[in-house]
Write a protein that binds this ligand. Structure first.
Ligand SMILES: [Zn+2]
Ligand SMILES: [Zn+2]
Length: 158
């Protein structure tokens, strides 16, 4: 049985499961680590230094790129193709995260605006995450999956 794009069903499901798992991983990293013992790296995302484009917080992108890169490399040439699929799932999540978080929400690059109710919900939820500039008492740590009321509200305003 083939899944999407000519991939086997196993690879398709593994890819989608990895992508979904990454939202959970990103949520828990954001909630417990970035707003926890690595707040020193995340803080400048909440109170940006306008004199420079990069943020210390960008280090987390590298953090996720490393397991993705090595999963693809080792999976393709050494371990097995399933392992590479995990790497592609992580990579796909990273790419989507980049476009939604850096481009659509924070406008660090100005080339993409998405006005669908789904994206308006995600944007609003993340804006409210940024209303709190501190380590403690944050909300909406997820990116692609946010509390349902944001979707309902955005859909109603359509
Ligand atoms: Zn945060
Ligand atoms: Zn942000």
């Amino acid at each position: 049985v083939t899944g999407f794009w000519g991939l086997s069903m196993t690879h398709t499901l593994l890819f989608l499961a990895t992508f979904a798992f990454m939202e959970l991983a990103a949520w828990s990293l954001h909630k417990y680590v970035m707003h926890g013992f690595l707040w020193s790296l995340h803080e400048d995302h909440h109170t940006p230094d306008k004199t420079r484009w990069w943020q210390r917080n960008d280090a987390f992108a590298v953090f996720f790129a490393v397991p993705s890169f090595f999963s693809i490399l080792l999976g393709t040439y050494w371990i097995n193709p399933h392992w590479a699929t995990l790497g592609y799932g992580i990579m796909a999540y990273g790419v989507v995260y980049f476009f939604i978080h850096e481009v659509v929400i924070h406008r660090r690059l100005r080339f993409l605006e998405l006005n669908h109710w789904y994206f308006r919900a995600v944007i609003q939820a993340h804006r409210e995450h940024h209303q709190n500039r501190f380590k403690e008492e944050g909300k909406n740590f997820g990116m692609l999956i946010v509390p349902i009321r944001y979707y309902v509200e955005a859909f109603r305003k359509a």
